[in-house]
Design a protein around this ligand. Structure first.
Ligand SMILES: Nc1ncnc2c1ncn2[C@@H]1O[C@H](COP(=O)(O)OP(=O)(O)OP(=O)(O)O)[C@@H](O)[C@H]1O
Ligand SMILES: [Mg+2]
Length: 250
């Protein structure tokens, strides 16, 4: 079952067209990987899924993005609710320079959940869901920036998880991590997909092949090919995909 339907999506930064007629469907509770050379529009595309591009000046968008059947570019869309439903994890972990506790409950406060007991239950649940609870339960007052990069990345996922999103967008979430830490985050993604739909941008082809069920290949703003990961990696239909995967390009 698909949760996201993108139809003929175009995006312009001023006169520059960064996305061209993107049409695809994202399956619910699966991991979809987006790959492609630098500058081909992967991050731009990811940001269209929770309207983060709205924050950038001079952006024009046409086409449609539906999430659970609702057009997220409709005029009556509640952006706060959209970004609660569709959370984003970035390349560099970006915890706030606040305590671990405050980082996680931040989202709850934003959404008006102020009951201390509920906050603490949700805090524990979300830290457990990213396997961070045992590591931090005795130091919730400590500044989040004192954690390792990998712990910070899991904390950022917990910070999203606490408001129970449906979709997690991950823009190269492991690119600042060593191989051991990367493996931990990948294991976590496997578990999280029971609950969330995950879209991950990665430059690591092994990672895309390992973690995802579906893969999309972007090139110069176009979605060249989209399909089951196994098919894309073993028998791509487009020669441009094959060139990229075999290292002849990019
Ligand atoms: N805020 C912006 N204003 C103008 N142009 C932008 C902006 N952000 C991105 N672009 C341009 O849009 C194109 C796509 O950029 P984007 O960051 O989406 O690519 P990407 O595939 O994520 O690249 P990378 O793999 O390096 O992260 C690039 O040509 C980039 O220069
Ligand atoms: Mg990018």
């Amino acid at each position: 079952m698909s949760i996201i339907e993108v139809n003929k999506l175009n995006l312009f930064y001023g006169n520059f067209q960064a996305l061209k007629e993107i049409t695809l469907r994202i399956e619910k509770q699966k991991i979809t990987a987006l790959i492609g050379p630098s500058g081909c529009g992967k991050s731009t595309f990811l940001r269209t899924l929770n309207r983060m591009n709205d924050l950038i000046d001079d952006v024009r968008i046409s086409g449609s993005v539906k999430i659970s059947g609702n057009d997220i570019y409709g005029s009556d869309v509640d952006l706060l609710a959209l970004r609660k439903k569709v959370g984003m994890v970035f390349q560099r972990p970006n915890p706030f320079p606040l305590s671990i506790y405050d980082n996680v409950v931040y989202g709850l406060r934003v959404h008006g959940i102020l009951d201390k007991k509920i906050m603490e239950q949700k805090l524990q649940w979300s830290l457990e869901s990213v396997h961070l609870w045992d590591e931090v339960k005795d130091k919730l007052d400590q500044n989040a920036l004192t954690l390792s990069g990998e712990q910070q990345q899991r904390l950022c996922i917990a910070r999203l998880a606490v408001v129970e999103p449906e979709v997690l967008l991950m823009d190269e979430p492991c690119s600042a991590l060593d191989p051991m830490s990367t493996a931990k985050i990948e294991d976590l993604m496997y578990e999280l997909k029971k609950q969330y739909t995950i879209i991950i941008v990665t430059h690591n082809m092994q990672q895309a092949a390992r973690v995802s069920e579906y893969t999309g290949y972007f090139l110069l703003g176009e979605l060249v090919e989209f399909g089951e990961t196994n098919q894309i990696f073993t028998s791509p239909k487009d020669s441009r995909t094959e060139d990229y995967l075999t290292g002849r390009f990019g």
